[in-house]
Design a protein around this ligand. Structure first.
Ligand code: FMN
Length: 221
């Protein structure tokens, strides 16, 4: 239990990342039920009513907190945000764009706000805007957000020293052997994606992964 857990109401400081075309209610509920924060990826769902259906499904599958992930910069997410607000989801995360308009939309709600960043300046801006936690994605992560190709474990201490909200590490965490070393290096929370994708025993991932590769798509991260 740490500050992130207290803010988000989860038992362990592990967040399942947004996974475009892969992260649906079933996977997110499995992560939330295990004590972490599961996420449904809204932007690749696209349709507000599809998102609503996934939110209704996850509410059946878990009573624990979950989040909805938004990739910005690819057109309006207003209608998806309407659904998130109407359904009173516990948390959102935003990536690849300016979080300000999204935060403005949810400002009168209790929705917790996570922001993915790849630079100290982005982290400071996210904190000023009211982010509840910051997720730092280094170069090792699929879909790195930054222009400077800075690795996760170079970026993490710099961000931790620059903001006061909880900071999550994302990108290149690899497995349980690496995790304790990373935790010792300063950050207190973790985010895993490629690990989940590779895990043979995570059945929702295996199912969606199969569907994903059968249906080639352009992934925008
Ligand atoms: C297939 C795939 C799809 C992704 N889609 C999203 C997404 O929609 N939203 C998002 O915030 N991050 C997305 N990411 C990025 C991850 O959430 C995360 O930042 C990155 O994979 C972390 O690195 P790791 O896989 O080494 O842990 C995606 C990553 C992968 C591999």
């Amino acid at each position: 239990m740490n500050r992130f857990c207290e803010r988000l109401g989860v038992e362990v400081p592990i967040v399942q990342g947004g996974l475009a075309y892969l992260a649906y209610a079933e996977l997110a509920a499995a992560v939330s039920n295990a004590g972490g924060l599961g996420q449904i990826t809204a932007t690749s769902l696209g349709d507000p009513e599809l998102l609503r259906a996934e939110i209704k499904k996850i509410k059946q599958l878990t009573k624990k907190p979950f989040a909805i992930n938004f990739s910005l910069g690819r057109g309006s997410v207003d209608e998806l945000l309407d659904v998130v607000i109407e359904e009173e989801v516990p948390a959102i995360s935003v990536t690849a764009g300016n979080p300000a308009p999204v935060f403005e939309r949810v400002k009168d709600t209790n929705i917790k706000k996570l922001v993915l960043v790849a630079a100290v300046r982005q982290a400071q801006k996210a904190e000023q805007l009211g982010a509840d936690a910051i997720i730092v994605v280094g170069q090792e992560g699929g879909g790195h957000l930054g222009r400077d190709d800075v690795g996760t474990f170079v970026l993490i201490p710099r961000v931790v020293d620059s903001v006061s909200v909880p900071v999550l590490a994302s990108g290149g965490i690899v497995d349980g052997r690496v995790m304790p070393q990373r935790l010792r290096s300063g950050q207190t929370e973790l985010r895993w994606e490629h690990v989940l994708l590779q895990h043979k025993n995570v059945s929702p991932i295996q199912r969606t992964k199969k569907q994903f590769f059968q249906r080639p798509k352009r992934i925008l991260l």
